[in-house]
Design a protein around this ligand. Structure first.
Ligand code: XLS
Ligand code: NI
Ligand code: NI
Length: 434
């Protein structure tokens, strides 16, 4: 036991009237929502990197957090893991997620980094034996170290491609060993700073081959988890190839991976791409590529990936509405890819941030489920598309040609009458639930 969290007890559900800042007011794991426990709907995960590895730096100043486990030794890495599992227990979260670089010190060379990772994986496996918290996903950090400054699989230097492939192999092995339910690839520097020095077609081909190798390896070792790609339009690169859900899907199709790889969608990345979160979720669902979500929010004034904890119920409710309508998570879940503000120094801040985030998500889920059960949005959709229930309408999709349709429009003197889209009525409807 470390004494990092002092006497903060395990967080309990106390109901909406509770004024205890360290209690859940909405997140009630055992509450049944649409026939399933709330915990099993939401599948919360804590992100190792933001909570335990991020030092609180920004472009103008370094570390503010000064955690006792900061440093590059295995001993400190183990202390970090101890603290992480203490927090998982305080929050009673079902899952966590990690990058290799979050939990092991970087070695002097690949072999040493690999050994460090393997030793930490054994240590985490041990911690998991006496904890209920499982691994939602693992991933490789192919963006922090300077060797990745020009990309990982898209780097012009084949040695970096090789190093990245070897690193991803070790991270899939780690994820597999720890029983991870997914493996994520986020292409932080898979993109460019300037097209003046970038051969985009070649880089995309390399990235396509790389991802195919990941899928081949997954099958080779019998990893049953999902392979997920995480879209983001820019930052750190000026332009990232995994721009948004639609761009990722066309990439997957071009490289024959659309049946093998799904998407991990992040609220803040959706906003950076000029979309809403529900747009990205609905797009992935429409393509049959929905996998998991990274929950956070961006500051709407800064236009940057600020990775704050979510605190906007209406936004969260619409996201879960689409997820529920599509049948909910399968292997995916809600990972808090969110970090404290750099002035939030205290251990209690870390706990409160997650308590608030989990509560907002629970509230959003309950609102979403109430809308699904009420059926108002579904009815409005059915009514709006009711014309497509007729035979003449479906014939256009299955039997008629452009000529046929043109002839019919003339013959039947088809003359469409515009109808109201009822947007404000529907927005008012949603506001009844959130
Ligand atoms: C960064 C990404 C990253 C991925 C995992 O913006 O969100 O945290 O989720 O590499
Ligand atoms: Ni992000
Ligand atoms: Ni993310």
């Amino acid at each position: 036991m470390t004494d990092f969290f002092g006497d903060i007890p395990q967080i309990k559900y106390e109901g909406a009237d509770s004024t205890n800042p360290l209690a859940f007011r909405h997140y009630n794991p055992d509450e049944i929502i649409m026939g399933k426990r709330m915990e099993d709907h939401l599948r919360f995960a804590v992100a190792y990197w933001h909570s335990f590895a991020w030092p609180g730096g920004d472009p103008f100043g370094g570390e503010t957090f000064q955690r006792p486990w900061f440093g590059d030794t295995m001993e400190l890495a183990k202390m970090k893991a101890d603290v992480a599992f203490e927090m998982f227990n305080i929050l009673d979260v079902p899952f966590y997620c990690f990058h290799d670089a979050d939990m092991r010190p970087e070695g002097a060379n690949f072999a040493e980094s690999k050994r460090n990772l393997e030793e930490m994986v054994d240590y985490l496996a041990l911690k998991m034996e006496s904890s209920r918290t499982e691994l939602l996903w693992g991933t490789a950090n192919l963006f922090s170290n300077r060797r990745f400054m020009s990309g990982a699989s898209t780097n012009p230097d084949p040695d970096v491609f090789a190093y990245s492939a070897a690193t991803v192999k070790t991270c899939i092995d780690a994820t597999h060993k720890l029983g991870g339910q997914n493996y994520v690839l986020w292409g932080g520097r898979e993109g460019y700073e300037t097209l003046l020095n970038t051969d985009m077609g070649t880089e995309l081909d390399h990235m396509g081959r790389f991802l195919n190798m990941v899928v081949e390896y997954k099958h080779k070792i019998g990893f049953k988890g999902a392979i997920l790609v995480e879209p983001k339009p820019q930052e750190p690169s000026k332009h990232q190839y995994d721009f948004d859900a639609a761009t990722c899907y066309s990439f997957l199709q071009k490289y024959g991976l659309e049946n093998e790889v799904q998407l991990n969608l992040e609220q803040g990345h959706a906003i950076l791409a000029g979309h809403s979160f529900e747009h990205e979720i609905a797009t992935a669902i429409a393509m049959g590529a929905f996998g998991s979500i990274d929950m956070n929010r961006n500051d709407y004034q800064s236009g940057w990936d600020t990775d704050q904890f979510p605190n906007n119920t209406p936004e969260v409710a619409l996201a879960y509405y689409h997820i529920l309508k599509a049948g909910g998570f399968d292997k995916g879940g809600t990972n808090f890819d969110a970090k404290l503000r750099r002035q939030s120094l205290d251990p209690v801040d870390l706990i409160a941030a997650h308590v608030g985030g989990m509560d907002i998500c629970a509230r959003g889920l309950k609102a979403a489920a109430a809308m699904v059960e009420d059926g108002g949005l579904e009815d409005a959709l059915n009514e709006r598309y009711a014309g497509w229930q007729t035979k003449s309408a479906t014939d256009m999709l299955t039997a008629e040609t452009l000529d046929d349709i043109a002839a019919r429009v003339l013959k039947e003197n088809i003359n469409p009458e515009p109808r109201s889209g009822r947007q404000e009525i529907l927005e008012n409807y949603v506001n009844r639930f959130v």
